[in-house]
Design a binder for this molecule. Structure first.
Ligand SMILES: NC(=O)c1ccc[n+]([C@@H]2O[C@H](COP(=O)([O-])OP(=O)(O)OC[C@H]3O[C@@H](n4cnc5c(N)ncnc54)[C@H](OP(=O)(O)O)[C@@H]3O)[C@@H](O)[C@H]2O)c1
Length: 132
């Protein structure tokens, strides 16, 4: 009775299914961002089942995301590449929750802009090409 909600991390789709056969799982935390799209199918599957997906390294982790397409979209929107990368994640699927890390208040403010940044279909199509 001590654990209300259970999540798994660094889990393959098969491991998530195995965990769910043992107990209800409310979230999955795996590496995922604009450039690392291995979990695309898993995210869609979890969204259908009402399970949250919490991407770690949403900005790329130790080496932050760098891409000419990302910079181009950010310039067009008068935003920063990192806020666009976070906006893309939020628009990728309704079950995505973000945990971007920073030690800087300036970066925190910049990253928060991503929550309010609408991306057009053209922006999304351009960004989609980065990880495909
Ligand atoms: N479950 C797991 O196995 C696992 C593995 C790794 C991480 N995590 C968790 O996932 C979360 C996110 O991971 P993370 O923080 O390592 O990865 P991240 O959010 O992708 O990247 C953090 C890095 O991005 C930089 N950064 C943040 N905002 C920026 C901005 N606006 N412009 C430029 N650089 C920026 C940070 O440097 P500054 O400090 O200079 O801003 C830091 O070096 C954390 O809570 C972490 O504990 C979980």
């Amino acid at each position: 009775g001590l654990i209300r909600h259970l999540g798994v991390s660094n889990a393959t789709a098969k491991q998530v299914a195995e965990a769910r056969s043992i107990a209800p799982i409310v979230c999955v935390q795996n590496m995922y961002n604009l450039a690392h799209r291995h979990d695309d199918d898993l995210i869609d599957e979890l969204a259908e089942q009402g399970i949250a997906y919490v991407p770690f390294f949403p900005l790329g982790g130790f080496s932050t995301l760098q891409s000419s397409a990302l910079t181009a979209v950010a310039t067009r929107l008068d935003a920063t590449p990192m806020s666009v990368a976070l906006a893309w994640l939020l628009q990728r699927s309704p079950n995505i929750l973000l945990i971007p890390g920073t030690s800087s208040v300036a970066h925190l403010r910049e990253n928060a802009v991503g929550a309010e940044l609408p991306l057009s279909d053209d922006d999304l199509a351009e960004l989609d090409k980065i990880g495909r």
